[in-house]
Write a new protein. Structure first.
Length: 173
């Protein structure tokens, strides 16, 4: 296994998180957010982002999976659902990375069926070239090329989530 040089440094990440939080705070002025993190990948981005958002909020989490090692299975599993009732609430979904888009599409449809007042989605990273479904994304940190990446919450086989920066990962042959 090889971890390359940072694709995104700690400084670049933190600057972008603050920019996103400022836009979100402005958009939701006068409202209360229910911030929903998609675990496990989004745990670091979620905790960084919410600390910079300036409007009142509640938090909740969904635990979902679709990846088997490096390949998406396209078979989305919800391991733990929300504890909160989202009806009539302003839900902000927070995701680490969108690849095929199948995971988010599934979760967005599941939540929309529960009649929130609004549903917006924020993803830190977007591998747009890999998209397999149409998807509404309201806030995007960085659009990145089609690399498999690790760090800042993102894993390979549940490892490397604790790297403070984002790096390209290659399986050694
Ligand atoms: P999608 O359903 O194909 O959009 O996959 C989304 C999920 O796959 C994300 O929430 C991540 O957990 C995982 N994922 C996608 N690309 C990467 C990557 O490059 N590194 C680590 N995890 C990834």
């Amino acid at each position: 296994m090889v971890i390359g040089k940072p694709l995104l440094t700690v400084e670049q990440i933190q600057k972008k998180v603050k920019e996103l939080a400022a836009i979100i705070s402005e958009d939701y002025e006068g409202k209360e957010i229910l911030a929903v993190g998609i675990l496990r990948g989004a745990f670091i981005f979620f905790s960084d982002l919410v600390r910079h958002i300036q409007v009142p909020m509640n938090i909740d989490f969904i635990i979902a999976s679709s990846y088997i090692k490096i390949q998406t299975s396209g078979d989305i599993k919800i391991h733990a659902d929300l504890r909160e009732d989202i009806k009539a609430k302003h839900v902000l979904l927070i995701e680490d990375i969108v690849d095929s888009g199948l995971t988010l599409k599934y979760i967005q449809e599941m939540l929309l069926a529960r009649n929130p007042a609004s549903l917006r989605t924020c993803t830190f990273l977007d591998k747009k070239s890999r998209r397999k479904t149409e998807l509404k994304l309201d806030y995007i940190g960085f659009e990145i090329p089609d690399f498999y990446i690790v760090g800042y919450g993102l894993d390979y086989d549940n490892k490397f989530r604790n790297l403070p920066y984002i790096s390209v990962f290659k399986e050694s042959t």
